[in-house]
Design a binder for this molecule. Structure first.
Ligand SMILES: Nc1ncnc2c1ncn2[C@@H]1O[C@H](COP(=O)(O)OP(=O)(O)OP(=O)(O)O)[C@@H](O)[C@H]1O
Length: 251
């Protein structure tokens, strides 16, 4: 894709999470009946996490998303990654999207580490040759030894994080979606990961960063949106939007 075409365009995005009634046989339903409590039909059937969000992000921009807990930041990022379908509205992602969050997510547990590298690359739209060209670097960065040829279900959680992190950093996309700065693995790996993350952020053509750390937001981002209860309530220069947000939070 030509570089000037890269970007994000979101129109009137609404996203609901279904919150179904208690299922019979669930632990919670069992406890209710054990104590003779009568189950009331829940009044809420869904949570509307995003309520008509529209925004454009152009190539070269680094967009920060801030807001209180539960304001919809992660949901917006996941909608951009295609993990959640919009309930209504349009999400147009022009470019290869690379999401760095829930980094262990998406592994095939029965497949080996090496096979998972291939799957992840294919999902991102890379050709098998492109993936093979990066495989050695990924394996070296993950540094999990012979485990790379064993099924992922045999990994410790630290090993899964190492591999997931290595894959995500080497199979680079055009649009980088980051949820907080990730903490990955033990102390030695953390230092390596932090360094790698910095260069990823610098080389991303479009960056969207969710964070509660206002210093990071102001250092990294060129524009910020403030989400509150699923809506954009302010947008603009990082310093201005952060100041408004902090004043509102009384901090
Ligand atoms: N899987 C889910 N099922 C039901 N509701 C959900 C689910 N995930 C999030 N929500 C709800 O959607 C709303 C937005 O959540 P979201 O995780 O996007 O907020 P956030 O701004 O990222 O919060 P935080 O700063 O705490 O990470 C909240 O009301 C939350 O309770």
């Amino acid at each position: 894709m030509r570089e000037e075409r890269l970007g994000i365009e979101i129109q009137s995005l609404a996203l609901d999470y279904p919150v179904g009634p208690l299922t019979r046989g669930s632990v919670k339903a069992g406890l209710f009946s054990l104590f003779g409590a009568r189950q009331k039909a829940p009044r809420v059937e869904f949570v509307r996490a995003l309520k008509g969000v529209s925004l454009k992000v152009a190539v070269g921009e680094r967009l920060g998303i801030i807001g209180r807990n539960g304001s919809g930041k992660s949901t917006l990022l996941r909608a951009m990654a295609g993990i959640y379908e919009p309930t209504s509205g349009v999400v147009e992602m022009r470019g290869r999207v690379q999401g760095m969050f829930d980094i262990g997510l998406g592994f095939e547990p029965e497949a080996t580490g090496r096979e998972n590298i291939l799957y992840r690359g294919l999902v991102m739209g890379l050709s098998p040759a492109e993936i093979r060209a990066r495989e050695d670097e990924i394996v070296e960065f993950a540094a999990i030894g012979d485990f790379i040829d064993l099924p992922v279900r045999t990994y410790s959680s630290g090993m899964s994080v190492r591999l997931a992190f290595a894959i995500s950093t080497y199979l680079q996309g055009d649009i980088l979606l980051l949820d907080e700065m990730l903490s990955a693995g033990d102390a030695s790996f953390q230092a390596k990961a932090a360094e790698r993350m910095r260069s990823l952020v610098e080389s991303a053509k479009v960056l969207v960063l969710v964070s509660h750390d206002m210093a990071t937001i102001q250092n990294v981002c060129t524009r910020v949106i403030w989400l509150s209860k699923g809506r954009i309530v302010a947008e603009g220069q990082p310093a201005d939007v952060v100041a408004q947000y902090l004043a509102d939070a009384g901090e």
